[in-house]
Design a protein around this ligand. Structure first.
Ligand SMILES: O=C(O)C(=O)C[C@H](O)C(=O)CO
Ligand SMILES: [Zn+2]
Length: 280
């Protein structure tokens, strides 16, 4: 067994109103990602969305089935999105090997039986960030690079939110059941992501922050638009964003993050936006 798994039940906005910092962090912060030589998973009860990582060193790591799934193979009833945020590595799925450079993505559809993760160089290991959601159809596996992504250029330096949203595992690029994933990169001097903030009650989301220098941090905002809370995030940590919550963040310098979501539809633009003056 090379896997560690934890699970968390869903909580609603009324409970969260009374949470202190520790309770908020226990429910929404994901701070055990990217452990060396291990596959780590957090199983959430928001859309049964799983967030995890695989960091192989000298030996390959396998995508093991888990008691939470009650399935012979991990992907018997799920789909998986992977983005590499480390050194070069490869993933072998049912005999086919995909090489992933920094910031390359891979979609693996329902029905793959044997999946393993490798690093090209254990001294500069691959760091595979993983998102998985239940799937009711089997779509083909697909390797997606940043060149294949649909890129949205949003914001401006004047409002400190100039950024590129690389839509990587999105329905114009790859067929999925409910998973969507992408990578947002803030320009130097810009610190705000997702401003104006938004919420999408039809989908949950997880934000994984990276490229944050050790001495810097990102303040992630969540909660109902008129009842916001914040969590301070360090490099390679993630935040679970329930469907009822806004999600936005401001860093002490620019940074990047991977967003992943699943739920009722595959419409990226299905979001309710909140202007800064509407937030409380
Ligand atoms: O900076 C942004 O804005 C984003 O990256 C927004 C995410 O893509 C998102 O929240 C999609 O629902
Ligand atoms: Zn969103």
């Amino acid at each position: 067994m090379n896997t560690e798994i934890e699970s968390r039940y869903a909580v609603g906005p009324n409970e969260v109103k009374g949470f202190d910092t520790e309770q908020l962090r226990n429910e929404f912060l994901v701070d055990k990602l990217m452990q060396a030589d291990k596959v780590y998973w957090l199983y959430t009860h928001y859309e049964r969305f799983m967030v995890g990582s695989a960091v192989p060193l000298n030996n390959a790591l396998t995508l093991e089935t888990l008691d939470n799934l009650k399935a012979a193979h991990f992907l018997d009833g799920r789909e998986l999105g992977i983005i590499n945020v480390g050194g070069k590595g490869s993933i072998t799925a049912d005999g086919e090997t995909y090489s992933l450079d920094y910031k390359d993505a891979l979609y693996l559809g329902r029905g793959n039986k044997s999946v393993s993760f490798r690093s090209d160089d254990a001294k500069n290991p691959a760091k595979f960030y993983l998102n998985s959601a239940p799937a009711h159809h089997s779509y083909p596996n697909k390797h997606v690079t940043k060149q294949d992504a649909n890129v949205l250029h949003l914001g401006s330096l004047e409002t400190s939110n100039e950024r590129n949203i690389n839509q990587m595992l999105i329905n114009t690029v790859v067929q999925t059941c409910q998973l969507q994933m992408g990578l947002t990169e803030l320009k130097p001097g810009s610190v705000w992501n997702t401003m104006p903030a938004h919420q999408h009650d039809r989908r949950n989301e997880v934000y994984f922050y990276f490229e944050i220098p050790q001495e810097q941090a990102v303040c992630h905002f969540m909660g109902e638009p008129t009842e916001t809370r914040h969590l301070w995030i360090h490099n390679e940590q993630a935040v679970v964003s329930p469907p009822w919550s806004i999600h936005s963040g401001a860093g002490t310098q620019n940074y990047s993050f991977i967003w992943g979501m699943a739920g009722e539809n595959l419409d990226y633009d299905d979001m309710d936006k909140y202007q800064p003056q509407q937030l409380r």
